[in-house]
Design a protein around this ligand. Structure first.
Ligand code: NDP
Length: 291
């Protein structure tokens, strides 16, 4: 028997329906959430991601504005664009799509977004609040989506040994903080490219969150029977059997036969990331309305 499916599409639909009433409440108070997305260059994957964010906005009646800048745009131009959105009272949320063109200081750009408009949750103020255990602000979308998905499946994480693979600012680190936070109460190990014997860390884990961007790095044989697996990775690999490319995660699909719960790729964490972006945009509009 396979693992229970942690279905991100179903869960994201639930998030969206809960946002609808909040969006209506805002409308009654004369406010309509507005997300501004800045995209620099023509990376095809980034354009696909931005399009799915725009579609989610359309479904929910959230206004979205997309600002396309050429790949040759200077750092100052991107910064000035962010600054004008910071100053625009009609904009509630700002997102600068990653990756920026090679050599552009992404951290400096995202640091420039006002914390109250930082719907990606990457600003030091928002990440700092998370470190303090304050979970009521703008949280990074992917890890927040994972937490929502686990809660939706009514999984109690208390005392579980969790292993997070990856320590990025966007996924791994905030993921570890959320799992270890009061209320979630897992005991967390973070592994990364310098960790020795990742296999034995995984073998001892009750919960594995894989966010390394390495196709099927976590083998089914590394997974403890009954473990919960959240596969954040989205990798495009060549596949001769389909004469093209297929998407796969950071965990071998066969782990499904050992795990108790597992996210599909695609259809697991991806939809939750977008749902949390919508949620942050509504939250930003609500916070600005009451401030
Ligand atoms: P980064 O490249 O920023 O970080 C990858 C992390 O994995 C780093 O901490 C790195 O370690 C670690 N790592 C890389 N190789 C290994 C290895 N062989 N063994 C152990 N650790 C390793 O990636 P992101 O965090 O941004 O994304 C991770 C994955 O998640 C990607 O596949 C990405 O596409 C996907 N993703 C999916 C999202 C979704 O919505 N589903 C959203 C965001 C990301 P070190 O720090 O030592 O370099």
């Amino acid at each position: 028997m396979g693992a229970n499916r942690l279905d991100g599409k179903v869960c994201a639909a639930k998030v969206e329906s809960s946002l609808s009433s909040r969006i209506r409440d805002l409308a009654e108070r004369g406010s309509s959430p507005h997300l501004a997305v800045v995209i620099v260059g023509d990376d095809p994957a980034s354009h696909v991601y931005v399009r799915s964010k725009e579609r989610a906005c359309e479904r929910l009646g959230i206004r979205s504005t997309r600002i396309d800048l050429p790949a040759a745009a200077s750092f100052d131009k991107v910064l000035a664009t962010v600054e004008s959105l910071n100053q625009d009272p009609d904009v509630d949320g700002i997102l600068v799509q990653s990756p920026l063109p090679r050599g552009m200081d992404e951290l400096a750009i995202t640091d420039h977004i006002l914390p109250e408009k930082d719907v990606d949750g990457f600003h030091p103020v928002n990440l700092g609040r998370l470190v303090q255990g304050r979970l009521d602000g703008l949280l990074p979308c992917t890890p927040a989506g994972v937490m929502y998905l686990l809660k939706f499946a009514e999984l109690d994480l208390t005392g579980l040994k969790a292993v997070v693979l990856g320590r990025s600012r966007i996924v791994g680190m905030p993921m570890a903080l959320l799992l270890a936070a009061k209320g979630a109460d897992a005991t967390v190990t973070v592994v990364h490219s310098r960790t020795t014997d990742i296999e034995s860390h995984c073998r001892g884990a009750d919960l594995i969150v894989a966010a390394v961007g390495r196709p099927e790095m976590v083998k089914a044989a590394w997974v403890k029977t009954g473990a919960i697996i959240v596969d954040v990775g989205i990798n495009r690999v060549e596949d001769s059997s389909v004469k093209g490319y297929r998407l796969c995660g950071d965990v071998e699909e066969d782990a499904n036969s050992v795990a108790s719960y597992m996210t599909p790729v695609p259809g697991g964490v991806g939809p939750m990331t977008i749902a949390m972006l919508m949620s942050n945009t509504v939250r930003a509009a609500e916070m600005r309305k009451t401030s």
